[in-house]
Design a protein. Structure first.
Length: 278
């Protein structure tokens, strides 16, 4: 309870409490003084009414200003720095999510290339075999195939081997599952913490500060949601959804790097300056 409210309660209690005057001396003296003094002294009942009114006024809701520790730990340095720390982690997660996503896309494209390389190698081997069996006599049939066909078949086999090795190396990284996990983290942590920032600012300052950091933050959180919404179409093999997913996340990274990080560091420095532990 605040001091004004406590004082008002005490005043109201004193006003209503009867005094100890068994023979009525206080009333007699008060009557004589009231005849001599042109300004009457207020009675105890009047004082009680005034005190009760003051108490009622003090009980009215106060203005929603977040200063002076009204929100306790929420205005402290630890909780105030939760937003910049979390969003810094989300920036790093965005970088790694982009890397894992590109690796996964490369793995899918390697599958297509490997299929085409295997078809080319099979055709080259078939051409070599057909040339060996096309001779009119046994001597011609036993003659070696032209070096050009042999070289083409060898190159095709080498291409298949190289693509297979590269594909196996990327598969070992398990980039698909990592990409999904990072996307889940960005949705589950990034969006709530993006909302926590303005809420904490209002708790500490009693108002918001619209500017590049706020606008870019709204854009980043919105683009995260749009990128996630494209996943069902991507799973259906829609190339436009995959291209849009990559483009949306590229814009997200740009907003993060160009707006959020520089302005966020400035805001974090002000938070450290104007807050105290905890």
């Amino acid at each position: 309870m605040h001091w004004p409210r406590l004082i008002a309660v005490i005043g109201a209690a004193n006003g209503l409490r009867p005094s100890f005057d068994p023979i009525g001396l206080a009333a007699r003296d008060a009557g004589r003084l009231s005849q001599l003094d042109p300004v009457r002294q207020p009675s105890r009942e009047t004082a009680a009414i005034v005190s009760a009114a003051a108490l009622a006024t003090s009980m009215l809701p106060e203005a929603a200003v977040a200063k002076g520790g009204e929100y306790g730990l929420a205005e402290g340095r630890i909780i105030s720095l939760a937003h910049p720390v979390a969003m810094g982690g989300c920036f790093l997660a965005t970088l790694y999510a982009g890397y894992t996503g590109l690796q996964w896309r490369m793995l899918r494209e390697l599958g297509v290339e490997l299929k085409e390389a295997r078809a080319a190698a099979s055709a080259a081997q078939k051409a070599v075999q057909e040339h060996a069996g096309a001779g009119a006599s046994d001597e011609e049939a036993l003659a070696p195939p032209p070096p050009s066909l042999v070289q083409a078949a060898s190159d095709a086999d080498a291409t298949v081997a190289a693509l297979t090795e590269k594909r196996s190396a990327i598969q070992a990284g398990n980039f698909r599952d990592r990409h999904y996990q990072l996307g889940t983290i960005l949705l589950a942590v990034g969006i709530p913490m993006a909302l926590e920032g303005p809420v904490n600012t209002y708790m500490r300052a009693g108002k918001l500060f619209p500017g590049p950091h706020v606008y870019a933050g709204v854009g980043v959180a919105s683009l995260w949601a749009i990128a996630a919404a494209l996943v069902p179409e991507m799973q259906k093999g829609k190339e436009w959804a995959r291209t849009a997913h990559i483009g949306v996340n590229a814009v997200t990274f740009g907003l993060f790097a160009y707006y959020q990080i520089p302005t966020g560091l400035e805001i974090a420095a002000k938070v450290i300056e104007k807050t105290k532990f905890p």
